[in-house]
Design a protein around this ligand. Structure first.
Ligand code: DGP
Length: 112
């Protein structure tokens, strides 16, 4: 059984504020929010990062973006940022693919 933190959230072994779920994706609130709305969109399947995704995961990757857009619509968001840190150098701290969906404040560009 995987000790991965986000796999454990998928299995409900660690509590999280889950806001959306389907057979392939989970959306839950980030424990250290960086914006008034900050959720994580993850695949239930373990992928360490986008670097572990293969052609057979293409539909799953599209599914995650649709999960993000569905959350944004249901939350009434008129704008949001969707970002994924891949690799330590990019700031990835949890080795399970995830997209941060941030909204509710002005967003600077480029990100730090
Ligand atoms: P990243 O640094 O891009 O790998 O983002 C990981 C995010 O995961 C970070 O914003 C904090 C969040 N996080 C870490 N541990 C937990 C946890 O146990 N529960 C929840 N809900 N979020 C977590």
């Amino acid at each position: 059984m995987s000790e991965c933190l986000f796999c454990r959230i998928v299995r409900r072994e660690i509590p999280a504020q889950i806001v959306q779920e389907d057979e392939r994706a989970l959306v839950f609130r980030d424990v250290h929010p960086q914006a008034p709305t900050h959720v994580l969109v993850i695949p239930k399947k373990h992928l360490g990062s986008l670097l572990e995704a293969s052609d057979e995961d293409a539909a799953l990757l599209g599914h995650l973006q649709r999960a993000a857009s569905r959350f944004a619509a249901q939350a009434g968001l008129s704008s949001f940022r969707l970002v994924s840190n891949n690799g330590k150098g990019a700031g990835q701290t949890v080795d399970h693919l995830h997209y941060h969906l941030l909204a509710g404040r002005p967003m600077a560009w480029p990100p730090g």
